[in-house]
Design a binder for this molecule. Sequence first.
Ligand code: JAH
Length: 262
Amino acid sequence: MRVDIVSIFPEYFAPLDLSLIGKARASGTVRLAVHDLRTWTHDVHRTVDDTPYGGGPGMVMRPEPWGEALDALAPHELSPDGHTLPRLLVPSPAGVPFTQAMAHELAVESHLLFACGRYEGIDQRVLDHAAGRMRVTEVSLGDYVLFGGEVAVLVILEAVTRLLPGVLGNAGSLDEESHAHGLLEAPMYTKPANWRGHEVPEVLRSGDHGRIARWRRDEALLRTASRRPDMIAALPAESLDKRDRAALDRGGFQPRAGDVAK
Ligand code: JAH
């Protein structure tokens, strides 16, 4: 997978040399380049921002440097070697939610191009113009505002890179992850069995794999109901059986509207 990042702070991406993302780069699984937006400015001050039309606080990123950057990294004319256009991703608090499902979607793309905004964001015409030749997705990590898109890009790349073939050694750790099954994961423990007076639950030391699986399912249900009622509400009715509903009932969680005893 090829990845291009455009930012006024290329130094933010130094961590991409480290750990498993660094390994994926070293092995050629990810071919990543970080570009300084100011490369595409022409004034002495290398200006990237200006005041917003319509008034209001803060500054907006000027369209001209962005237009040249996207022209350079996603040419209008398809190159003779048949290279496809990248998918353009723009972190923004006004974007569509980034999810594990979107991470899977991005992991099968051949080329991702990230545009990191700062200040109050990028002039909307940059994205509207780019949408005339490539897929453009404004993406949000959650309902909070950062100084800019850089840290969001680090998060998205971490979520995507670990899904690429050959990056995670243990294939099992992919499909048992939180969110893959629509529930949060049960808590995990390792040795020692007693640490500062806190015991590892007896069932996990019992060797009874049936009981362990049932316990983990119950814990996952209770955790999810308590922390993420939205995820419980989104479960298809047939995914909760009688034992699941009994576990939720013991935890004091109300049966869902419309769920019938089965
Ligand atoms: C802030 C450009 N949802 C996380 C997120 C992503 C991007 C931004 N903020 C929050 C952001 C200012 C300028 C992007």
